[in-house]
Unconditional design. Structure first.
Length: 439
């Protein structure tokens, strides 16, 4: 942890979270700022709560805290939940935040070395930042304090528009929400002759925010009021989420999975003509059109681990292309291992081709070849993410393999068996020779 020791001053915050939190500590660089997500775990009867640290001068704690609020807003939204700050502590060294009076809501854990918040969007628009902050509040309070949750979700929209523009936006978007409970509630209100747009403002926003004599309020002692605001909460939450996704253009993890072009980091390595042809579903006439991709030095790793020794410096070679796809192989430095990939430029995906790779015949195979390839093969079958890195370009990640008619094996067990079999095969010729001579 040289990075930790090299800094004097850390702000650490405890968080309430609904997302699957990592078990191990995770170092994240987001918008040129470093954050450490401290793992949440169960140690006997004691629960270790999640928290986040970031470098901070003691005189600039408020600035660091503001960065943490912005980071948690995006992290929670990106992971389709919420992360909110419960308390803080500062120290010259990193101190894990702990307060027995705080509660945290994480029920799921992201597993060991399985947590990813890669490709989180960076928010540069201050209006969008405010919308995400109000959404963070609303999601944390949802099903805990419905009236205040409703108010926070309403602020997501209210903070973005002048009054009449807000009314117009809500009217246009009521028929565009897709969340089942929200759609059901909208139909229910309309069947009663209720103007849903006006209802959300008068009987929702104003009734929660104000308590004037003779005015419509949400009375904390009236169960019907709480029940009604809880039902209306589904609508305003759906509208708030829709604004951030479609109007502000902030994708969550699943949205980005559908739209992100994984091959884009390699476009600049190829010629523009090759990219255009492959994007259109064609092929590459001349291997030279692939530019620096042909013969590139590539490292191949099982994210987030560093590459195995045999995969640190592999040579990338194109084999054939057609229908917007280029088939590639990566050859290890000693020529002992071949890994095969399919670069689907037309659809923006890269796939591992396990059935077309392996250890080569006719070359001297060493134990490290057997170990590295066996671990790679069985890890990929077990849904590990393969990442390819060429110097000067962002890493390219491959699609997760969904095994068919394969019973996955624990990678380390498979490695142990493969090494044992390899060692026996190396001893067999000598043993057979000794037997013949002895006869």
């Amino acid at each position: 942890m040289a990075k930790v020791r090299g800094r004097l001053g850390w702000l650490t915050v405890g968080v309430a979270s609904s997302i699957a939190w990592p078990e191990d500590d995770v170092w994240v660089e987001y918008d040129a700022v470093e954050f450490v997500l401290h793992g949440a775990k169960q140690e006997g009867e004691h629960s270790v709560a999640p928290c986040i640290s970031t470098p901070s001068d003691q005189n600039l704690v408020d600035q660091a805290l503001s960065r943490l609020y912005r980071f948690t807003s995006v992290l929670g939204f990106y992971k389709r939940g919420y992360v909110d700050i419960t308390g803080r502590t500062w120290g010259t060294r990193m101190i894990r935040y702990s307060n027995p009076r705080d509660t945290f809501t994480t029920l799921l854990q992201g597993g060991k070395r399985g947590f990813s918040c890669n490709h989180m969007p960076v928010i540069e628009d201050d209006q969008v930042r405010k919308a995400l902050a109000f959404l963070r509040e609303g999601r944390r309070l949802e099903r805990v304090h419905e009236p205040y949750s409703f108010l926070s979700f309403f602020k997501v929209i209210e903070s973005q528009f002048e009054s009449m523009d807000r009314v117009d936006w809500v009217e246009k978007n009521l028929d565009l929400v897709t969340e089942e409970r929200a759609v059901k509630r909208i139909k229910e209100l309309r069947s009663q002759g209720v103007n849903v747009n006006l209802h959300l403002f008068d009987s929702g926003r104003c009734a929660v925010a104000h308590a004037g004599v003779g005015r419509n309020i949400i009375d904390p002692d009236i169960p019907a009021d709480r029940k009604r605001i809880a039902a209306d909460l589904d609508i305003i939450a759906a509208l708030a989420n829709r604004y951030i996704k479609f109007d502000a253009g902030v994708p969550d993890e699943m949205d980005l999975y559908k739209i992100r072009d994984r091959v884009a980091p390699w476009h600049a390595i190829m010629t523009p003509g090759a990219v255009a042809a492959l994007k259109a579903g064609g092929h590459v006439e001349n291997v030279d059109d692939l530019g620096k991709l042909d013969g590139a030095m590539v490292s191949v790793r099982l994210w987030p681990d560093p590459p195995a020794k045999q995969f640190e410096a592999m040579t990338l070679l194109p084999m054939e292309s057609g229908n917007g796809v280029v088939k590639l192989i990566a050859l290890s430095a000693r020529g002992t291992i071949v890994l095969a990939f399919s670069m689907d430029v037309a659809n923006g995906h890269v796939h591992t081709l396990l059935n077309e790779g392996g250890m080569r015949d006719g070359v001297e195979i060493a134990e490290e070849d057997v170990e590295d390839y066996t671990r790679y093969f069985h890890s990929v079958v077990g849904n590990r993410i393969v990442e390819l890195t060429i110097e000067g370009a962002e890493p390219v990640d491959c699609e997760v393999v969904i095994p068919v008619n394969i019973i996955p094996q624990a990678p380390e067990d498979a490695v142990a068996r493969a090494l044992e079999q390899f060692r026996r095969s190396k001893l067999r010729p000598r043993a057979e020779g000794q037997e013949v001579n002895g006869g």
